[in-house]
Design a protein around this ligand. Structure first.
Ligand SMILES: C[S@@+](CC[C@H](N)C(=O)[O-])C[C@H]1O[C@@H](n2cnc3c(N)ncnc32)[C@H](O)[C@@H]1O
Length: 289
């Protein structure tokens, strides 16, 4: 006899309805073998709302007056926000040593640089980029902006606060820790104010092409470890958005396990000495649909 937890089980039909609904909203595909994971992560929502089964929860998400905020909470529960400072150092080194000099030359006249961290989670990636810009010593007196966007309002509020503990700093060397952070408590640091001033955060669902909170096109996009949660059509949609928001010749940095094979022919692959990155071709190249 199965152990009775007192919690409702999710039927196959409920799983299908909820999965498709979440997919349509944010592009995240909950795989068929993840019914149990979905059930476990959404139980607390049923409890919080006093609902007894997942069909009622589905109807709540579709029709209740609070449906939008509950949908955000559900997606929150289903997404992974894993991130940390100086993640994927090889790529960051290539970015600093080989991409930034190109951007410095290209924008020498405007002395302006815009970088987007799309799917920034709690902000570590966006702040890391700001630290790399500063560390390069190339952009003194320039107009620099790093934007971080995410679908989760919860992680964005952590990002705006800019305070972190040991897990976020697992890949941060002691000298960087001393240079870019101030201690605010035992095992707790805050990103230096001048670096925080370079970075701004905004809410954005990457599936939503019309509401990107960017005032102008960007010179580089970091969209790392985000596409892995989407299926192919959702990835293609996001890639088209990123293409549109990049200046011609702008760079796209993906996570180390991600590539554009069979997804997009719009970007060109650039072989740097230290890594492979993608780039929107200069005018005339690529489809850019
Ligand atoms: C694993 S984290 C990656 C964080 C960071 N880019 C990194 O590589 O360290 C993935 C982030 O993507 C966000 N995300 C998932 N779906 C999204 C969507 N449709 N629009 C915007 N952000 C999304 C999640 O909320 C999560 O914070």
């Amino acid at each position: 006899m199965p152990f009775d937890t007192g919690r409702p089980e999710m039927t196959a039909e409920e799983f299908r309805l909820l999965r498709d609904f979440v997919y349509a909203y944010c592009g995240i595909l909950v795989r068929d073998d993840m019914k149990y994971v979905m059930e476990r992560r959404l139980w607390p929502r049923l409890e919080a709302l006093g609902l007894t089964d997942f069909s009622t929860y589905y109807r709540y998400l579709r029709f209740d007056a609070q449906r939008r905020s509950e949908l955000e909470t559900a997606v929150e529960a289903l997404t992974t926000h894993e991130t940390y400072f100086f993640r994927e150092p090889r790529q960051l080194k290539a970015f600093s040593e080989e991409v930034l000099p190109v951007l410095e030359r290209r924008n020498a006249r405007t002395r302006r640089l815009r970088i987007w961290s799309a799917g920034c989670s709690s902000g570590e990636e966006a702040y890391t980029v700001a630290m790399l810009l500063l560390e390069s010593g190339r952009f003194e007196g320039w107009d620099l902006e790093v934007y971080g966007t995410d679908i989760s309002r919860r992680v964005l509020s952590v990002a705006r606060l800019g305070e972190y503990g040991p897990s976020a700093l697992r890949s941060t060397s002691p000298d960087k820790l001393a240079r870019y952070f101030v201690h605010v408590g035992p095992n707790r640091v805050r990103v230096r104010d001048d670096i925080r001033a370079m970075v701004s955060f905004g809410h954005h669902n990457l599936r939503d092409v019309d509401t990107v909170p960017l005032t102008s096109r960007v010179d580089a996009v970091f969209c790392r470890n985000v596409l892995i949660y989407f299926d192919a059509p959702a990835r293609q949609r996001v890639l088209r958005l990123l293409y549109d928001k990049l200046v011609p010749g702008g760079y796209l940095m993906l996570g180390h396990s991600e590539n554009l094979i069979n997804l997009s022919a719009d970007f060109e692959l650039v072989h740097l000495r230290g890594d492979l990155v993608y780039r929107r071709p200069e005018l005339g190249g690529g489809g850019g649909t």
